[in-house]
Design a binder for this molecule. Structure first.
Ligand code: PGA
Length: 255
C-alpha cells in the first residue's frame, strides 16, 4: 500500500518568522500518519528551526536541494550528511527550476540521488512529462535503494504557470513513469515506488488528481504558501471548510 504524500515546495519564499508562524499554525490541523505523509520544503536556513517546531507531529521538513559531493571545498553548497543529522529525511532533487536556472544535468542529478541515499536521505526525484531522463537518473542504484526513491512528475507546461492541471493527463503521465520503471527494473519495484504529480495543484483540483491509481501524492508550489489553502489540501480526503475559515486567507506571495 503506497501512502499518499503531500509536499509543499516553498521555493525562495517566506522569512524565518513567516515560516515558523506557518508551521506552528498548521501543525495541529494535519491528517494522521496512517492517512498521509505531509512535508514542507522551506528555504535551507529555516530547516533546523522548523524541524524543532514540527517535533513529533506528522510533518517532515524537507530540503529543496543539497550537494552532489559529500563534503569539502564547495562554497555555498549544503551537505546531505549534515542535513540528515539535523533530522531531514527527504530532499527534492532535479526540480525543473534547478535544471533551467542552475544548469543541473542528468549526471549531476544522478550523483545527488546516490549521495542522498548513501547518507540515509530519500530523494524526491523530479522528472518532466517525457520522463526520458528517468533511467539515467536512477542509474547505479541497488534494488534496496531503488525501492526507497520517490519520483515527482513535473510537466514543464504546468509548473508555476497557472495552467490548471488536467487530472486525466496527470494520471497518464504517472502511469507512463510506473510502466517505464516496470520495464527497466521490474514490477515489484514499480509497485512500491511512490509517484507524485506537481504543477498548479490547488485546493480545487487536488482531490480529483489524488483520486487516480498511479498518483501517490503531489508537490505543490504556489498554493502551499497560504496556510488556509495548505490545510485544505492536506485534508483533501475530509474536506474541512470550517478549519480553513479560522485562517485569514492571504494572497500567496509568488516569487
Ligand atoms: P506550482 O509549482 O504548484 O506553483 O505550479 C509546482 C512545483 O514547483 O513543483
Amino acid at each position: 500500500m503506497r501512502k499518499p504524500f503531500i509536499i509543499a515546495n516553498w521555493k525562495m519564499n517566506k522569512s524565518l518568522g513567516e515560516a515558523q508562524r506557518f508551521v506552528r499554525a498548521i501543525k495541529g490541523c494535519l491528517p494522521n500518519y496512517q492517512e498521509a505523509e505531509i512535508g514542507i520544503a522551506p528555504q535551507a536556513f529555516a530547516i533546523p528551526s522548523l524541524v524543532s517546531i514540527a517535533g513529533n507531529s506528522n510533518l517532515e521538513i524537507i530540503a529543496q536541494n543539497a550537494a552532489a559531493k559529500v563534503a569539502g571545498a564547495y562554497t555555498g553548497e549544503i551537505s546531505m550528511g549534515d542535513i540528515h543529522d539535523i533530522g531531514v529525511k527527504y530532499v527534492i532533487i532535479g526540480h525543473l527550476e534547478r535544471r533551467r536556472l542552475f544548469h543541473e544535468t542528468n549526471q549531476i542529478i544522478n550523483e545527488k540521488v546516490s549521495t542522498a541515499l548513501s547518507k540515509g536521505i530519500t530523494p524526491i526525484i523530479c522528472v518532466d512529462e517525457s520522463n526520458t531522463e528517468l533511467k539515467s537518473l536512477l542509474n547505479g542504484l541497488t534494488y534496496q535503494q531503488l525501492k526507497k526513491v520517490v519520483i515527482s512528475c513535473e510537466p514543464t507546461w504546468a509548473v508555476g504557470k497557472g495552467h490548471q492541471a488536467n487530472n486525466e493527463m496527470a494520471e497518464k503521465m504517472c502511469q507512463r513513469i510506473r510502466q517505464a520503471i516496470t520495464n527497466d527494473f521490474g514490477r515489484a519495484i514499480a509497485q512500491q515506488i511512490r509517484i507524485l504529480y506537481g504543477g498548479s495543484v490547488n485546493p480545487s483540483n487536488i482531490a480529483d488528481i489524488m483520486n487516480h491509481q498511479d498518483i501517490d501524492g503531489v508537490l505543490i508550489g504556489r498554493a502551499s504558501l497560504d496556510e488556509g489553502q495548505f490545510i485544505q489540501m492536506v485534508n483533501y480526503q475530509k474536506r474541512m471548510p470550517e478549519v480553513v475559515t479560522n485562517f485569514t486567507v492571504k494572497r500567496a506571495v509568488v516569487q
